[in-house]
Each structure stands twice: as C-alpha cells, then as structure tokens.
Design a protein around this ligand. Sequence first.
Ligand SMILES: NC(=O)c1ccc[n+]([C@@H]2O[C@H](COP(=O)([O-])OP(=O)(O)OC[C@H]3O[C@@H](n4cnc5c(N)ncnc54)[C@H](O)[C@@H]3O)[C@@H](O)[C@H]2O)c1
Ligand SMILES: [Zn+2]
Length: 362
Amino acid sequence: MKIHIDLKKTEDNSYDIIIGSRILNRIPEILKKENPADNYIIITDSNIKEIYGKDLLNNIKNNNLQTTLISFEAGEQSKNINTVKEILSEMLKNNFDRDSLILALGGGVVGDIAGFVASVYKRGIRYIQIPTSLIAQVDSSIGGKTGINTRYGKNLLGTFYQPEKVIIDTSTLKTLPKQEFINGLSEVIKHALIKDKDFFNFLEKNINTILSLNNGALEHIIKRSCEIKKEIIEKDEKEKHCRKMLNLGHTIGHSLESASSYKLPHGSAVSIGLLAEAKISGELGLLKQAEIKQIKSLLETCRLPTTIPEFINLKLIIKNTSYDKKAVKGEPYYVLLEKIGKAKIGVKVPDKIISKVMEELK
Ligand SMILES: NC(=O)c1ccc[n+]([C@@H]2O[C@H](COP(=O)([O-])OP(=O)(O)OC[C@H]3O[C@@H](n4cnc5c(N)ncnc54)[C@H](O)[C@@H]3O)[C@@H](O)[C@H]2O)c1
Ligand SMILES: [Zn+2]
C-alpha cells in the first residue's frame, strides 16, 4: 500500500527593497500601512540599540503600535546558538504570538541572527530587514540566508527564510566606523567581479568619492549591488546552482575567519579571500595576471587587507576549507574567475595550489 503526499506548490516569497536617505523616520508609517502586525519586536545589538534602536522603539510606540526591543552584545562572537536561545526565551516568556513581526535593525550579525530566530519561532514568523552596515545594505539583508557560527565553522547552522521587506537608510552609514565601511566594500567588489565589469571600472574610478560617503555614490553602489544579487537569487533562491557564485572569496574567507577565531572581520577575510581565489584562478589558467593585479590594486586602494595576518595558521586554513558548506565529501568546490565580471562555479582545486597561493599571501 502506498499513500502519496502531494506537496508540489509554487511559493511567492517576493518582496521590495526600499533605498533612501533618512527613511528610518518613515518606518512607523510604512508598518501601519504595509506591514500590520499585532506586535513588533526590534532585534538589535548593543551599539545600534543606543544609536538608532531606542529612537525607533519610541517612534513606533508613539504611533500606538505594540513594540519591544531585544538586544545582544555587538560582534561576530555573539553569532551563536546561545544568543539565539536567549532571544527565543525572551520572546517565549513574553508569549508573543504568531502575528508578531521582527524588525532586524543592525549589521549582518543582527540580520543573520534575527532572520534565524524569525524562521524558527513558533515555526516561523514574519520579519523585516533594516540593515545599518554597508555589508548588510549591499549583501546580507537580501536573499533570505540566515545563520549562526559553530566551533566547526561559519554559518554552518541556518535557514533560507526571506524577509517581507528590506528598508535601507543610507544615512545610517554616517555613524558606521570607517573600518566597518571599508570591510563592506569587499562585498561590493565581489558583486562587480562576478557579474559586472563596468561596475568594477566605476569602483576603480570613484573610490575616493565613495570613501568620502558621497550620497549619490553610496546610493549607486548599494543599488547596483542589490540589483546584481537580486538577479542571481531570482534564478536560484536556494543555492542549487548559480547562487553559489555569490560565495566568491568566501571559501578561503570563511576558513580565515574561523582560523582566526573570528577576530578577523568578515569583510577583511573576504578581501583576502577574493585575492586568494583570483590567484587560484590564475594558477589554473583561467584568469589573466593583469586582471589579478587590477583586483589587488582596487582592494588596496580601498585600504582592504591583501595579506594573511601572521597570527593565522596557514595549515588550519586549508583544513577549514573541508568544513565549507559547498564541500562534497569533505572536498571544497571553489567559485573562480574567468575574467573580471565572469565567475565559474564548482571548481575542484588541488591542495598544493592552495598551499602555494597561501604562501604567496603571507
Ligand atoms: N546572510 C547573508 O547572506 C550574509 C552575507 C554577507 C555577510 N553575512 C554576515 O554578516 C556578518 C558581517 O556583517 P557586519 O560587518 O555588518 O557585522 P556586524 O553586524 O557585527 O556590524 C559590524 C559592527 O558595526 C556596528 N554597526 C553596524 N551598523 C552601524 C551603524 N550604522 N553605526 C554604527 N555602528 C554600526 C555593529 O554594532 C558592529 O559593531 C558576518 O557574520 C557575515 O557572515 C551574511
Ligand atoms: Zn560575505
């Protein structure tokens, strides 16, 4: 006897990304009109709570909407199961029902944790991303990947869970520490490298304007990054094929982060990872030396790191790549570059090439 459960369905996980300067103030009005809920829960970190969290909480409350704020200690070290447990306990203690909506206010760490919490609380509640760091505005708030780190590696626990809206207020970048802004540029460069040579040339020509936080330049790099990511995730939401491209620089990058016990910031690790993977592409005859030089030079002009810090053990980096999420039977598959603006997924790379490149980046 056989009973068939037919669950074929087309899901609609579509949503809008709203980009503008000083739009945090408009959030209560947007929520009332477009995202009504019984109850709003702002999840944020200890830094953002002070700079934007308390104001947002009061603004929403003043509009007679039920709102609470939950915060945790800022930093990558908090992106773990304990923080998730604490937030979930607080929500359960308050008995928030399924018509609650989470507002993830902060950088990529807040977004990844709050999205994860939203996806498991009472089997899933709605959430909105309100990214405040450059990494979060150009990358992590879009695409619905949520995750936490474990001692075995980065983002090894997580879900695909799309937000119902992303609200990007570019003026929040004014309070972001300069080094955090620079870290975010590595994800912008990543987007240009995998999909858009013209965008790469724009970055080369306008880097000083971007570093001076010129609003027009900021809106352009954020918009273009969101568009590139949108194009890819619309084709492959769950990373079965082309979405893997977005991991350029991340196989080595994540291994570096993990080998540094998360002392090396994500964006810095991705910068070194981008150069490492460009060099690996060169070793395999895919990418021209002149283009590798161009990539190194752009990373350097942005003041991003291009060498591996001394305190990181090179052997550990290679060992860590086998825990990469894209690894099959412990063998990592790399995203490499054929040229600036064109990536190639699923490439196996011999360990001795990785070791050679790691030695060169010392
Ligand atoms: N889910 C995804 O698709 C995805 C994509 C890229 C990165 N990520 C994840 O994102 C994380 C990195 O993100 P991040 O660099 O934003 O880290 P983060 O959230 O730790 O933010 C960096 C620091 O900047 C502070 N900050 C953020 N916005 C600020 C503002 N406007 N003013 C003042 N201070 C501000 C934070 O409090 C923190 O101290 C990593 O964990 C990475 O794995 C996820
Ligand atoms: Zn990243």
